[in-house]
Design a protein around this ligand. Structure first.
Ligand SMILES: [Zn+2]
Length: 254
């Protein structure tokens, strides 16, 4: 049976002389692994369409529970990502996160739209990598059903605290006064935040996808929210992507 679907290449894996596997994120089938026969002989547009970070219209043969590449028309190839190691490592982290957590067969166009938009802003240099990291992490987790409680202090219900403590593991926050009174045991997954951090987290998790990237914040705010979002995602989705360590190594050596 021949299938037609739009997909983003999340990973390429060599399979000897016979060809290679590509993992695609599609609207219809979630993450799907497709075999590309005789990859070395494929030239021109088809090669480009099956490369990492290529978004294309694929024609795929489905036979005996397996998927075989037939042809593809490129829609957008984010080739600029290869020109900058930091952006490349961040994009690889996002795609690894998707591969690790989006189930096969999940019908959903939100995650596909989210990653395509994120890669667009990253490749075009329209938003800084440091900003895009927490935007993608927290929004992705929320779309996958892991959303922190961003509404009010868990104890006194203050929804605009000047200073607060957000717990990545509990997924909720307390105003600073309530947190002190709680006498919680030492928890390494808590983050001291100002209201600007909370506003950023609220924006990422609550705003329409169209407006997600229309946001500005100071470096310190972005840094705190980024450390929180990373911990939140890894804890609740039970993942530890290797590419995240790689991204941090690059960041440290910039
Ligand atoms: Zn409170």
């Amino acid at each position: 049976m021949l299938l037609s679907m739009k997909g983003l290449v999340l990973r390429e894996t060599p399979a000897g002389d016979k060809g290679r596997f590509i993992d695609l994120l599609t609207e219809e089938l979630g993450v799907v692994t497709v075999f590309v026969r005789g990859a070395k002989k494929v030239t021109g547009k088809s090669t480009a369409a099956t490369q990492l970070f290529s978004y294309a219209d694929f024609c795929i043969e489905h036979s005996r529970e397996r998927y075989y590449y037939q042809s593809a028309k490129p829609i957008r190839i984010f080739y600029q990502l290869r020109e900058n190691l930091r952006n490349l490592s961040l994009a690889s982290y996002f795609t690894e996160l998707i591969r690790m957590t989006v189930p096969k067969g999940k019908q959903d166009n939100i995650v596909l739209r989210l990653i395509l938009n994120t890669l667009f802003y990253l490749a075009e240099g329209k938003r800084d990598a440091k900003m895009l990291k927490p935007l993608f992490e927290l929004r992705f987790a929320s779309e996958m059903g892991f959303m922190p409680d961003v509404l009010m202090c868990r104890r006194c219900m203050d929804h605009l605290p000047g200073n607060l403590v957000f717990s990545a593991s509990d997924g909720c926050f307390w105003c600073i006064d309530c947190y002190k009174e709680l006498n919680k045991n030492e928890d390494t997954a808590v983050y001291d935040m100002s209201l600007s951090c909370l506003e950023m987290i609220r924006h990422i998790t609550l705003v329409d996808l169209e407006r997600l990237f229309n946001f500005r914040a100071g470096c310190e705010t972005i840094d705190i929210v980024s450390r929180f979002s990373e911990n939140f995602v890894c804890y609740h989705m039970s993942v530890r992507p290797r590419s995240l360590e790689f991204y941090h190594n690059i960041e440290r050596n910039l």
